[in-house]
Design a binder for this molecule. Sequence first.
Ligand SMILES: C[S@@+](CC[C@H](N)C(=O)[O-])C[C@H]1O[C@@H](n2cnc3c(N)ncnc32)[C@H](O)[C@@H]1O
Length: 223
Amino acid sequence: MFDRIAPTYDLLNHLLSLGRDYAWRRKVTRQLAGAGPLNLLDLATGTGDLLISLLRRCPAIAKATGLDISERMLDLCREKLRVQGLAQRAELVCADASAMPFPESAFHVATMAFGIRNTANAAATLAEIYRVLKPGGMALILEFSLPRNRAVRWCYLKYLRSVVPWIGAVISGDRHAYRYLDESIEGFHQPEAFSSLMQQAGFHAVSVIPLTLGVASIYKGTK
Ligand SMILES: C[S@@+](CC[C@H](N)C(=O)[O-])C[C@H]1O[C@@H](n2cnc3c(N)ncnc32)[C@H](O)[C@@H]1O
């Protein structure tokens, strides 16, 4: 599916989030302020918007690896890294986030934006993230969530169920993908449940930062 929608992915991301996705990724990046030299892994890196934001704003990142299961998304990421002069600091790997080709304790930080919801088993992916992080390493996961306020949630669900699939279908030509977006957001763990899942995977000091009335959340956890 991501191979199919790759060419219009960035445009729809910015349009459907009304540009808020830039701020959400910047907020993830800010969590690394003041960190020492880092070996960073960005999971489900897609077309690379989070990876690029991290590389541009965090000089502490000595080396970054972007991992994604879609070759087509990685092709677009590779080109964006080249154009922005960041290709030297990043390596791209095509693999499944729930079975990564990396040894234990390889990375100081693992980030994942809007990816864990798409993996077949979120718990298995979290266990794998835990495995590849160094002791004391940090996981930063950005994912959609549903607003707690009932009125806001009602309006947001209307938007998600009606407007998003329609605009998505017109621009990407793939109605299924943007119906899936709604279904996967509604079907995914909400902040309390996802925080528990992170704790069950072994993470401690788990915290949640709600974004834009709760339509997205950043989850932080330490190995
Ligand atoms: C919604 S996009 C997010 C891309 C990017 N992180 C961003 O913020 O724009 C989800 C990405 O997850 C990737 N993906 C889905 N399942 C995956 C898996 N099991 N392992 C690795 N990547 C996966 C897709 O190929 C897609 O590029």
